[in-house]
Design a binder for this molecule. Structure first.
Ligand SMILES: Cc1cc2nc3c(=O)[nH]c(=O)nc-3n(C[C@H](O)[C@H](O)[C@H](O)COP(=O)(O)OP(=O)(O)OC[C@H]3O[C@@H](n4cnc5c(N)ncnc54)[C@H](O)[C@@H]3O)c2cc1C
Length: 491
């Protein structure tokens, strides 16, 4: 069966022995390392869920006739789109939406680029065929993916070819008979090293000029390809109990700098080779951005539900839900949730088939939602932090509650309106881990930069927005004003 189990996911990682460096050493087994093993377990849980709820999580592969992961499906109808989204949300619920790079995100990208591959054929038909075959390969083997889109932050005021060391960023070194050689650095692979393969694609928002053609590549390779290294940031899973760190002990995905040292990529894994124009159009013209946004909006609805539930429980637990400004803050989050749901509904119910016959959600709705969420997520986090107040810091550990001298003092002293001390602190530890721990602050940073720099995204949104009809509306309204223009002004 193509859809893998959690054990198969773990076995593959053990066998692959990806080159991942963490805390100053090479990790010999990511499935056993204290900074990674818990998120590996959470990923395995997602794959097991496919088999526990096959009616929701699996569908029949169009090529093998076997059961494949639902989130790889090419939707042909609105019902397909909804079924796919329900699978996405089923996965998201296991982490309260805190695992931003659950496999469905990149499954959506691979699917869209595989079925809408004509753009890649502008250089050579081979590249379009490669994209189609890669989609089938990823689906039939339930490949887990990470991706890297961004050049290193050396000097953002200059293009890559103008940098003082123009060889730092990932670039094409050589075209050979059987493939290409690439070398350099890319940022920032979330889940780098704990997945099977890496997708190297252009940025969704940063555009390149033709002088940056050597930096304009797209390909997919296994994470244990010789010369490939994942240089991971410090893990925010500090090995604490689930009670102490309810989120970071399970869902710390890790972010890695990716180093390519003269890495060989066979031609059959190349989708774009040295063409900035194709790269600049990739996400839009393959509709990958639409299907990825659909996944993101669905996931963010679950995340907002989780956040709202925590906010309301905190209000209840310390009896603040009667105060006017507290209610108003709760309402802000409720409105955010309901607005996101409306965007999703519009996106799915206005969906239309694209040229490849893929049922494609209404991008206007999704584009608004994906531009808006980075702006409201920090506000929702602030609301939880502000309402929690001292409770966000009055959070002794599980060990403190188990201590015979101080446990009873804490249990009594930290009781809430409707919860005992142990339960109230457990709730507040969740609120803290969601917003203020290293894990929680990274979540905020992550949502803010999810689709790219929100400032550039906002500029692009403004530029593409159909503005004329609204301006015309105003001019027409003004024209109907009963007045006479002074003759002297008619020059
Ligand atoms: C937690 C986290 C996880 C991530 N995971 C991934 C991942 O899995 N895969 C991946 O590929 N990427 C990932 N990213 C990277 C993400 O895509 C980028 O952070 C995002 O695209 C912004 O790019 P940058 O970080 O290079 O910012 P920069 O472009 O360096 O911007 C830095 C600041 O300068 C400003 N600025 C820069 N250039 C300009 C300009 N020309 N005009 C005006 N202002 C400018 C920006 O507004 C911003 O405030 C992740 C990032 C984070 C924070």
């Amino acid at each position: 069966m193509p859809a893998k189990t959690g054990q198969e996911y773990i076995s593959r990682l053990k066998q692959a022995s990806n080159n991942i460096y963490l805390h100053g050493e090479r990790v010999s087994d990511v499935t056993e390392h204290p900074g990674l093993k818990n998120v590996v377990k959470s990923m395995a849980r997602l794959y097991d869920l496919q088999h526990e709820k096959p009616e929701k999580m699996l569908y029949t592969s169009p090529t093998s006739g076997e059961k494949a992961g639902m989130t790889f499906m090419q939707p042909k109808t609105i019902d397909d789109l909804i079924a796919r989204r329900e699978a996405i949300q089923e996965w998201a619920r296991t982490s309260g939406g805190m695992m931003g790079r659950s496999p469905d995100y990149l499954n959506a990208e691979v699917m869209a680029m595989g079925v809408n591959n004509k753009l890649f054929a502008e250089d050579d038909q081979m590249f379009a065929d490669n994209a189609a075959k890669y989609y089938e390969y990823a689906r039939e083997n339930d490949i887990s993916l990470t991706h890297t889109l961004i050049h290193p932050q050396v000097n953002r005021a200059k293009a890559q070819h103008e940098q003082k060391d123009a060889n730092v960023a990932l670039h094409l070194v050589e075209k050979k008979k059987d493939g290409i050689i690439v070398d350099g650095i890319r940022l920032l692979a979330t889940q780098g090293g704990i997945t099977d393969e890496i997708l190297v694609f252009p940025s969704t928002v940063k555009k390149s000029g033709e002088h940056d053609d050597p930096y304009s590549v797209a390909f997919a390779i296994p994470n244990n390809t010789p010369g490939l290294k994942f240089l991971s940031r410090e893990s925010f899973d500090y090995g604490k109990s689930e009670w102490d760190h309810p989120l970071s002990s399970k869902f710390e995905e890790g972010d890695a700098i990716v180093s390519f040292e003269n890495v060989f990529v066979p031609w059959e894994r190349v989708f774009v080779c040295g063409n900035s124009s194709i790269c600049n159009r990739t996400f839009l013209e393959t509709n990958a951005v639409v299907h990825m946004s659909h996944q993101v909006v669905a996931k963010n609805i679950v995340k907002t539900e989780f956040l709202l539930g925590t906010i309301l429980s905190v209000m209840d637990s310390i009896g603040i839900d009667q105060f006017q400004h507290v209610k108003d803050k709760g309402t802000e989050v409720m409105l955010a949730l309901e607005t996101m749901k409306s965007h999703l509904f519009r996106a799915e119910h206005n969906a239309k088939p694209d040229a490849s016959g893929t049922m494609t959600p209404d991008f206007e709705a999704l584009n608004a939602a994906r531009n808006w969420y980075p702006r409201i997520y920090p506000r929702m986090v602030e609301i939880l932090r502000v309402l929690g107040a001292s409770g966000m810091m009055g959070i002794p550990t599980e060990a403190d509650f188990h201590h015979e001298d101080i446990g009873p003092i804490l249990h009594r002293g930290l009781q809430g309106k409707n919860l005992e001390g142990y339960e109230r602190v457990q709730l507040f530890r969740l609120a803290w881990d969601m917003t203020m721990s290293a894990f929680g602050s990274r979540q905020m940073h992550y949502e803010y930069y999810f689709f790219g720099d929100p400032v550039k995204m906002g500029m692009a949104y403004f530029d593409q927005y159909e503005k004329d009809e609204y301006k015309q509306y105003v001019y027409d309204f003004l024209k109907e004003t009963k007045s006479t223009k002074p003759g002297a002004l008619n020059v």
